[in-house]
Design a binder for this molecule. Structure first.
Ligand SMILES: Nc1ncnc2c1ncn2[C@@H]1O[C@H](COP(=O)(O)O)[C@@H](O)[C@H]1OP(=O)(O)O
Ligand SMILES: [Mg+2]
Length: 427
């Protein structure tokens, strides 16, 4: 059975234009960021926990059904890939997690939003997505030792006042898994699955790396987000999957394009040395993707964060001007930016967090391999390759820049000159 189609919030029209003046929903913004869409709780759509039976199951009863997910065999890839089994499992896990997220995005409850110390919103979908990925990877790869470096932990869910939320998450997880597996997991299973993500990663062995919802703010707005899953082997990213339920299947470079529901929902993936691929979240048709071949910055367009709090828009503007980029920035949330760049929708991605922000490996691992396997390069602002072997954080200089090989020298130059000019002006 094919996984369900990507469906966005009913209050937001999926058919939209990317014109700077017509980006009110903020899904993909060209130019200045418009105000956020008012939040609309859709309580009635949330699945009631009471609809689900809570049998006393354990992981040992977790059995796959014969039904398949779109994370099906990769026709376009060579059969020699050494990570095929892991790729199939990762695609299945990310697709199912995306399905859960789509359900919640349709039915999001204000009361499901918690607050973390860093004030970023955490929803039942974050937890549910992380639980699904952990459960599915364990089920699909039972013989492998399992290490997961993931964003969420269950501390808040273990509190007495979180019992109802936990039950809702367990219900969503069971509902989502029921299309693929003959099993019912318990609250305890869900907590254990979430907490399997506490690994520190590092340079040795294999570690899965997960952002269960990358771009939480976009998710809450009804815009772009991604389920980002990667595999590290001896400190190197060897596999990456990006499930982007709201990303159009065709290029977002065409600012006049309109998209209907069945034209959105992407699964982008790559394994080391095998290229990068795009599949619809709704079916298994697969295409190989490549970064843009643009070599003249005047013809390039660039991506950056939708949220000004996540990346310095002024610095990106200065870099673009120095390079001679003509087009306004395309602002979208999450690693969907890496996915869009990997298929050539734009040629440059600039990310410059505010001082003091430490990048997490799950925010870049999957995206970076999808881009590099599509022929691009991702480095820090000093031109160093991203090093995912240092634990849960990336240890890097200033920011992250991503582009194709032809543009990288000029981009790096413009980045370094702009940073120098900015520092001088702050003296
Ligand atoms: N203050 C911050 N500065 C930069 N990035 C942030 C900040 N807070 C959260 N993020 C993370 O940045 C990533 C997305 O950024 P963007 O959409 O701008 O590319 C997300 O992983 C988001 O976390 P999260 O995954 O919890 O949403
Ligand atoms: Mg993230």
């Amino acid at each position: 059975m094919a996984c369900r189609a990507a469906i966005s919030l009913p209050s937001l029209c999926l058919a939209r234009t990317l014109k700077p003046s017509a980006s009110a929903s903020g899904r993909i913004s060209s130019g200045s960021a418009p105000p956020s869409k008012p939040y609309r709780p859709l309580r009635h759509l949330l699945l009631a926990p009471s609809r689900f039976r809570f049998l006393p199951p354990s992981f040992s009863h977790f059995r796959p059904s014969s039904r398949a997910c779109p994370a099906s065999p990769v026709a376009a890839m060579s059969s020699s890939s050494s990570y095929q089994k892991e790729l199939a499992a990762a695609k299945k896990a990310a697709s199912l997690a995306a399905r859960l997220c789509q359900t919640v995005q349709k039915a999001i409850l204000k009361s499901d939003v918690h607050s973390k110390a860093d004030k970023s919103p955490v929803t039942v979908a974050d937890y549910g997505s992380q639980a699904i990925v952990s459960l599915v990877l364990n089920k699909e790869l039972p013989s492998e030792s399992f290490s997961l470096v993931a964003e969420e932990d269950s501390a808040d869910l273990q509190k007495d006042d979180a019992q109802e939320t936990l039950e809702r998450i367990t219900a969503l997880v069971n509902d989502t898994l029921s299309s693929e597996y003959n099993t019912v997991v318990s609250d305890k299973d869900v907590l254990a699955a979430i907490d399997s993500g506490k690994s520190e990663g590092g340079p040795h062995g294999r570690h899965w790396v997960l952002d269960p919802i990358d771009g939480t703010k976009g998710f809450l707005r009804g815009d772009q987000y991604a389920i980002a899953l990667a595999l590290l082997d001896e400190g190197k990213v060897v596999l990456g999957v990006l499930a982007c339920p709201n990303l159009p299947l065709t290029s977002i470079a065409n600012v006049d394009a309109h998209y209907s529901e069945n034209q959105i929902g992407c699964l982008l993936y790559a394994t080391t040395g095998e290229g990068a691929y795009l599949q619809s979240l709704n079916d298994s048709s697969t295409v190989k993707i490549n970064v843009s071949t643009v070599d003249n910055p005047a013809d390039a367009s660039f991506f950056e964060s939708y949220e000004a709090a996540h990346s310095l828009h002024d610095l990106s503007k200065a870099i673009a001007e120095k390079l001679g980029v003509q087009a306004p920035p395309v602002r979208i949330d999450s690693q969907a930016k890496y996915g869009a760049l990997a298929r050539g929708d734009g040629a440059i991605y600039l990310r410059f967090p505010h001082k003091g922000y430490r990048e997490k490996i799950w925010d870049h691992a999957a995206g970076s391999i999808v881009v590099t396997e599509a022929g691009g390069i991702a480095t820090d602002a000093a031109g160093n390759h991203l090093d995912f072997s240092k634990g849960r954080h990336l240890d890097l200089d200033t920011g992250i820049i991503v582009t194709n090989k032809k543009l990288m020298p000029a981009l790096l130059n413009a980045v370094q000159e702009s940073i120098k000019a900015q520092s001088a002006s702050h003296l």
